[in-house]
Design a protein around this ligand. Structure first.
Ligand code: UDP
Ligand code: MG
Length: 320
């Protein structure tokens, strides 16, 4: 009998959490040769999410929960869930039913067939939000060029992983987590299974445009220093142009004497260089920001309540 932990990060999901539990329970009820356990992570919800989870835990011994002291973000939730997991396989999925539970059958089959991981890939309806699709496609192209990782278009954080892979993911204990990158970085064999995009019917998404942009930028700087090299390259090219231009100007001055007009050229050059310098500082700043945040070595999350064994909690939290 294989044991499987289902890790579910939840933030303000009171509208959907019980339906999620019911639907998922139906699916795993048909899988008789595995023992399942839920690990819900209440990421500092301000609504009744935790109350509902506790209610489920009272009725079902297989429901475990960890509740954070405040909202730490989904990445922290996934990390905590993986740390407390102990199953032979671990499934990570969202609470909002956008990750269809029926895929669990297929995922288990693939991992039993020898894959280390089986992950879901969302197939978007193209007519839906063309601008967002464009940005998303562009992001994957740029990010894959810069980082050496093969991020898969439409990949979502819905996957089953072997114990070995989960342990590998946990080895990457950075505070600024970008799981899409981490899952790729650790390697192992992943089988991708496509599924049709599901709209969120209850509750609402926690992502804003700026939130996504920041997340995406963080993903690139976390896995690549190519942007820093681009800064060096820009500096090099501009210096080269400057030298040539200075030489030409000097020669012209020697031959024709000093030429006074040149206001526009001067202003353009100053503004252009100013822009490049600001941009370069910004890119360098992104990395310094990351170093700063990582060097503090703060915990990724803080636990407030849980129904997991006190011994296990002590062991896990002791060596965070
Ligand atoms: N989530 C979380 N902490 C947060 C934001 C989201 O644990 O700060 C959870 C949320 O409850 C859901 C999953 O992460 O189970 C995905 O969130 P959401 O549906 O908002 O993202 P989307 O599906 O739009 O990418
Ligand atoms: Mg969602």
């Amino acid at each position: 009998m294989k044991t499987i932990d289902i890790v579910v990060p939840c933030y303000n999901e009171e509208e959907v959490i019980r339906t999620f539990y019911g639907e998922t329970k139906k699916v795993i009820g048909n899988i008789v040769d595995c023992i399942f356990r839920f690990i819900f992570i209440d990421d500092g919800s301000k609504d009744k999410t935790l109350d509902y989870i506790k209610e489920m835990a009272r009725e079902d011994e297989a429901v475990k929960y960890i509740s954070f002291s405040r909202n730490f973000g989904k990445e922290a939730g996934m990390y905590a869930g993986l740390r407390y997991s102990s199953g032979d396989y671990v499934i990570v999925m969202d609470a909002d039913l956008q990750h269809p539970p029926y895929l669990i059958h297929k995922m288990i089959k693939e991992i039993e067939n020898g894959y280390d991981c089986c992950a879901a890939r969302r197939i978007k309806r193209e007519d839906n939000e063309p601008l967002r699709n464009f940005f998303s496609k562009a992001y994957y192209k740029i990010s894959n060029k810069l980082t050496n990782l093969e991020l898969v278009q439409g990949a979502v954080d819905y996957r089953i992983m072997s114990r070995q892979m989960v342990d590998a993911v946990l080895e990457l204990s950075e505070v600024q987590r970008f799981s899409k990158g981490i899952f790729e970085w650790v390697g192992f064999n992943t089988k991708w299974i496509p599924y049709d995009d599901v709209d969120r019917t209850m509750g609402e998404t926690k992502w804003s445009f700026w939130g996504l942009l920041k997340y995406g930028m963080g993903g690139i700087t976390a896995f690549s220093i190519v942007p820093l090299r681009v800064v060096t390259g820009m500096g090099f090219i501009i210096s080269l142009f400057a030298f040539v231009y200075i030489a030409i100007t000097l020669i012209k001055t020697f031959i024709y004497g000093i030429e006074v007009p040149g206001y526009v050229t001067l202003l353009s050059a100053v503004l252009f260089l100013g822009g490049i310098v600001e941009l370069s500082l910004g890119i360098i700043g992104e990395y310094i920001g990351q170093i700063y945040m990582e060097s503090k070595d703060r915990p990724i999350y803080l636990l407030k309540q849980t129904n997991i064994d006190a011994d296990q909690v002590r062991e896990k939290e002791g060596k965070k």
